[in-house]
Ligand binder design. Structure first.
Ligand code: BMA
Length: 330
């Protein structure tokens, strides 16, 4: 075991299950929660599906922003609360954002949120419908009142993930420029902003490579600061004869210049394998959007969307994951 330092929080109540005896660590770096999926598709009155959602520690318990597509298949985000991070109460109504500027355009839809605490509040970044997919940004202090800011970049873009702190003088994020449809390409880019409104200093981070990540790649949960660099979980897509397959893995990025890749794993960590990942509204999708960490024990719990229908939880140890990336780098 190395002496990895994770710059996060103590989270003794992190949702957790030890690796089961049936799980071979050589085959499975991370293991699924035995009660998966934790969030069923019909948890709210009008939901068709609840997936690709973001969770953070909040006041000794947990809060989150959830992608709920309704039974008209409209995509929106809802606030939720949980005492244990596993059993959730999610609002029946989508979040009604207060516009920070009355002239801010309405959202046609909202999906795939990520949530991160920066300085004094929780920021949400999501895929926001404005003449196609775009990145919306907002914030909340209490998961009751939410404020919507300007869209971050021009269409088309998805998979925004904000850094938990400034890089040098600026806020930072990853994003994935795309097209208006089911984009058959996609690289991860890095951008900076002095105020979370105006974005620039765009840098290329990662392109698709082979195998499970040969069609496109996109940032998953917001990056995690460690003494070995930024730990980024990201999804990768391959195009099979039966359509897209979404798996995920991880990479380590330079702490001061996060567009520079230190090591990137060649194998996936999680690929669609269980029935709730293989079957659903979009088969063969495992799509991570949030990670909880206990820096004292290196425990990590990742929330991921399963087959665009339900939400699952997978566990691991950050120090083991960092070692594994270095050993299995491409
Ligand atoms: C992407 C997004 C995700 C979704 C994935 C698989 O383009 O729409 O929300 O999980 O496709 O359908």
């Amino acid at each position: 075991m190395n002496s990895l330092i994770v710059n996060g929080n103590s989270l003794p109540n992190i949702p957790w299950e030890d690796r089961p005896a049936s799980s071979n660590p050589e085959r499975e770096l991370m293991w699924r929660y035995s009660g998966n999926p934790i969030i069923p598709r019909n948890l709210t009155t009008h939901s068709n599906s609840i997936f690709n959602s973001a969770v953070v520690p909040f006041k000794g318990a947990f809060a989150g922003v959830f992608r709920c597509d309704d039974t008209a298949r409209h995509m929106d985000i809802h606030a939720g609360r949980s005492r244990d991070g596993i059993n959730w109460e999610i609002g029946d109504k989508p979040i009604q954002f207060i516009k920070t500027d009355p002239a801010l355009p309405d959202s046609d839809y909202k999906y795939d949120p990520r949530v991160i605490f920066i300085e004094d509040r929780y920021y949400i970044i999501w895929c926001n419908g404005y003449h196609g997919p775009n990145l919306g940004i907002g914030y909340t202090y209490d998961f009751e009142k939410f404020h919507q800011m300007e869209n971050a970049l021009m269409p088309y873009n998805r998979n925004g993930a904000l850094f938990p702190r400034k890089i040098g003088k600026n806020y930072a994020m990853f994003s994935r420029p795309s097209d208006s449809g089911h984009t058959p390409f996609g690289d991860i880019f890095y951008s900076e902003s002095p105020d979370l409104i105006y974005w620039g200093k765009h840098r290329h981070v990662m392109a698709p490579s082979g195998g499970w990540q040969s069609t496109k790649v996109g940032a998953g949960p917001c990056p995690i600061e460690t003494s070995e660099g930024w730990l980024l979980f990201y999804h990768g897509v391959l195009t099979s004869c039966n359509g897209f397959v979404y798996s995920f893995s991880a990479a380590l990025l330079d702490i001061d210049q996060p567009w520079k890749v230190i090591a990137r794993a060649n194998p996936y960590i999680i690929c669609p394998k269980e029935i709730y990942e293989l079957a659903g509204d979009v088969p063969n999708v495992t799509f991570p959007c949030a990670a909880l960490i206990d820096q004292d024990t290196n425990k990590i719990a990742i929330y991921y969307g399963c087959a665009d229908t339900v939400t699952g939880l997978v566990f691991g140890k950050v120090d083991e994951i960092v070692d594994w990336i270095k050993k299995n780098r491409m």
